[in-house]
Design a protein around this ligand. Sequence first.
Ligand code: GLN
Length: 281
Amino acid sequence: MKRRGSVSEAIREAAQRLAATSDTARLDAELLMAHALGVSRSDMLLRCMADPAPAAFAALVERRAGHEPVAHILGSQEFFGRPFAVTPNVLIPRGDSESVVEAALAAAPGARRVLDLGTGSGALLLTLLAELPEASGVGIDASAPALQVAQANAEALGLAGRADLRPGDWTMPGWADGLGRFDLVIANPPYVEDDAELSPDVRDHEPAGALFAGPEGLDDYRVLVPRLPALLVPGGVAVLEIGHRQARAVSEIAAQASFVASVHPDLAGRDRALVLRQKAW
Ligand code: GLN
């Protein structure tokens, strides 16, 4: 019988196996191993590296080698220091979007009422509510299964009492009626060009409806941005995630709705968030 190696050896082998699939092969292998062991990654690194590798690990590595995202295998993704349940029905929260949260917190530190358009897993809205203990918020999404994920996350994070998660579809007329007005509106809408080549991890495993937005990736901004003035209190702020080459185009759409836009970078230094303020009259 083949001797089963140590956790440390198995991680090293898996990282080599995953190098062709993933830019973060070593991290992926560590996260999958910690999941197989049922411990946190830091506990594993501190305590478990010499233990025998668990039998379940190999199958997890094979799933990842087939381009299934680590977040789907784990059923969870950390965002802004908190765990979020994810399923294939929601976009996996990305590090890039943490810079959108930072831009929103800097732009509207006193926000009491927050609206998240296309809430998905709820990562943006729930993070803001956790960071702004006085705030309450509404999150809308066109996808019923996505709203179930957001609701589960709101409950798991103890935020369900401040988060109103409900169906909403901005491709339908009247979608914004009755929502009220907010100090802060945030959105990470679909913004990928229809013919963009995405990695198989994204293309084959994440919801197309959360990604693609017409030939220029601008279709959703063209619908959403003109509605924002009616959703903001005077002096309110909107913060939009954008594709890193879309700052100028979305700023122009925003200028037509009487907004002044400022651009914020992500960790890689690429344009990622647009903060929209109403022009003072
Ligand atoms: N940043 C995501 C990606 O490139 C796109 C997110 C979006 O369309 N809102 O995979």
